[in-house]
Design a protein around this ligand. Structure first.
Ligand code: TTP
Ligand code: MG
Length: 392
């Protein structure tokens, strides 16, 4: 007993704070008639993709990254709208500022999500659950938005707890409970396990975190890669020692495609470039950042690789801006060398808050992001796009 208490005392207290159905709830603030109804926000054109859905619409199976056409079939009575991206960014800033009143260690991870280190704040605020409810009340009264908080001894456990807190709740898991709490859950609930990894694990008949935690390492290494297996297995047991601020935010976001057979047709390359630009744009907007420029990467049949980069006049996050710049780079590169291409990649570079602030000077900063929304091609949350630190 004494041991357990001591262990609990030494535990870190991490909050994972995540707004509920963020885009929808912001729209509801503007238009209260949307409350209580199924609402879907995303691209509304034929290729549109759902950015988010209200919990009323989720009951019908609608979710982020689904084709809007499918969402319409599942829930035809829902209200479909493109949303107002500029507003979400402003609300996001206010949200982060509220969180900063409760902890000096706030690490935003996306527009509506942050980790807070609340270790040792009991004297100041009381028990973690009470503190979490104070924060929720503050967000509700200052922004009118519902928010959920997961509490854990690590970022990992806090994040998984949030899924159990939602919507509009709090959920705490202690270190000693973490392994048992994780065991029955699907491997997909472990952050970092995407559809591909889940598929590889399913082939080994591993579908739950409990099975993953006890699987033999040999096959696991083959399925997940030799460097990942042990790390993933520790996480499946609810173990995560990573510091709150792991690394600086991604300075670039990139996505690339390798062709089965080398391509020299300009129109085909343009089509792929457009698709990659949209993917990268979606990730960029979800991260709440703006970019200073775009780069493209071309690998030719003989494996020589070139990259070309161009800075935007004003930092931005719109698909059209990214594509136009990438396209200009492609045209120039093809003029210099018209050989068949094996791989093409697009990246946005120079991401950051500063880029976002600079863009406020722009007279019409939101125009392009709004159009992009209708074009958003949102893959799964842990899709195969690379997020790199901009070393190239
Ligand atoms: P999430 O926090 O993942 O989703 P959510 O806030 O809508 O719902 P909840 O947290 O209650 O599950 O993402 C925050 C916002 O980011 C979301 O409102 C819309 C946007 N988004 C996308 O544009 N594309 C996506 O694929 C995802 C997951 C989110
Ligand atoms: Mg959210």
């Amino acid at each position: 007993m004494a041991d357990t208490e001591k262990q609990t005392e030494n535990e870190r207290v991490i909050f994972h704070v995540d707004l509920d159905a963020f885009f929808v709830e912001v729209e509801r603030q503007n238009d209260p008639s949307l409350r209580g109804k199924p609402v879907v926000i995303g691209g509304i054109g034929p290729r549109g993709v759902v950015a988010t859905a209200s919990y009323e619409a989720r009951k019908f199976g609608v979710h982020s990254a689904m084709a809007t056409a499918v969402a319409r079939r599942l829930c035809p009575q829902a209200i479909f709208m493109r949303g107002t991206h500029g507003l979400y960014r402003k609300v996001s800033k206010k949200f982060m500022n509220i969180l900063r009143e409760y902890s000096p260690n706030v690490v935003p991870v996306s527009v509506d999500e942050a980790y807070l280190d609340m270790s040792g704040t009991e004297r100041l605020y009381g028990q973690p659950i009470e503190t979490a409810n104070m924060i929720r009340d503050a967000v509700r009264s200052e922004l009118g938005l519902p928010v959920s908080i997961g509490i854990g001894p690590s970022k990992l456990v806090a994040k998984v707890s949030t899924e159990h807190a939602k919507p509009d709740g709090v959920f705490q898991v202690r270190q000693q409970e973490a392994e048992t709490f994780f065991a029955p859950q699907s491997v997909r609930n472990l952050p970092g396990i995407g559809p591909k990894a889940a598929e590889a694990l399913a082939k080994l008949e591993i579908t739950t975190l409990g099975q993953l935690a006890t699987a033999s390492l040999g096959p696991l290494r083959r399925a997940l890669g030799p460097n990942h297996a042990e790390h993933v297995q520790r996480r499946a047991r609810g173990i995560d020692d990573s510091p709150l601020r792991e690394r600086v935010k991604a300075k670039s976001i990139s996505s690339e495609t390798t062709f089965e057979t080398d391509v020299s047709s300009r129109s085909e390359l343009e089509k792929v470039l457009k698709n990659l630009s949209e993917r990268v744009g979606t990730r960029l907007r979800k991260s709440g950042q703006r970019a200073r420029g775009t780069s493209i990467k071309l690998r030719y049949g003989d494996f020589t690789t070139i990259t070309r980069q161009r800075t935007f006049q004003v930092p931005g996050d719109g698909d059209q801006l990214i594509y136009d710049t990438a396209h200009a780079l492609l045209v120039t590169a093809m003029r210099q060398r018209g050989d068949p291409v094996r791989l093409v990649g697009v990246a946005v570079t120079g991401l950051g808050e500063q880029a976002a602030q600079l863009s406020l000077l722009d007279q019409n900063p939101m125009a392009d992001s709004n159009t992009s929304e209708a074009m958003d091609v949102i893959r799964s949350r842990y899709g195969d796009e690379a997020i790199s630190r901009g070393s190239r």
